[in-house]
Design a protein around this ligand. Sequence first.
Ligand code: NAP
Length: 292
Amino acid sequence: MLVLDGKIASKAVKETLTEATKELIELGKRPPHLAAVLVGSDGASETYVASKVRTCEEIGFQSTLVRFEDTTTEEELLAKIEDLNNDNNIDGILVQLPLPKQISEQKVISKINPDKDVDGFHPISVGRLVQGMETFIPATPYGIMLMLEHFKLSTKGRHAVVIGRSNIVGRPMSILLSSNLLYGNCTVTICHSHTPNLADITRSADIIVAALGRPGFIKEDMVKEGAIVFDVGITRVDDTTAAKGYRIKGDVEYAGVSKKASAISPVPGGVGLMTIAGLMKNTMDAYNRRQK
Ligand code: NAP
């Protein structure tokens, strides 16, 4: 059984980016620059943004963290995005989701210049993805594609079951795996909370991508012998024995499922690390496209 170790696969991506950034500096150019916008002080969002900023530093990218109170108005946030759109030294803009309820996520996402949309959530980026055009791929599905590539896991002709149909994970994942790509060409089934007999579907899967946010949902008896399993889920579960008072749990019951799977990504240390790697690659791509 192969552990799809996100530390190993993301290190490879980061090393390539670090090298490319060094070359830019040697040529007298500025490094890629990511702007991260954080509204409020949600613990999980703080953690995600901090690790994105830290990874920028590791690679040699510039980063700017823009913070807003959770009482910020939609107009204030949209005005800041306009500034970042017009700032020639910023290559990529990400707005950490979720946003407070007085702000429309769709309006904010649509305000980002598609050329700087490194999260790949803008309707134009999604349209390009669906049509197989060059685009920014949302970071989590991109990270899974990079993992398939890193571990050279063949996907052609296989049955992939994606559980979850969100705009940020499940839906783009299903599009990528069904696309005519080296690590695509799967027959894809996409499942959601109204899917009946889900276990019958997962048992027929060669590849499972679990992205539903229900800790330990995928059990050993739901998985075929030899399946490849990607666990996207990240849920904080209370645990008084843990230093922080909680543990991070994935959507897959690792101990049981790993006995049957041929390859499985752990939580933590799997897809989460690849998500950041995907974001960093998008930031370098945004930089390169803007230099043309
Ligand atoms: P989301 O927007 O809440 O979507 C969850 C999806 O799962 C929905 O489509 C929902 O169906 C489906 N679902 C929920 N319960 C189900 C059930 N019992 N059976 C079948 N389908 C079910 O979540 P998300 O943003 O995609 O995130 C999913 C998980 O991934 C969360 O734990 C999140 O924290 C994690 N995540 C991790 C990363 C990473 O870097 N590793 C990145 C993003 C998200 P309906 O559409 O019918 O409601």
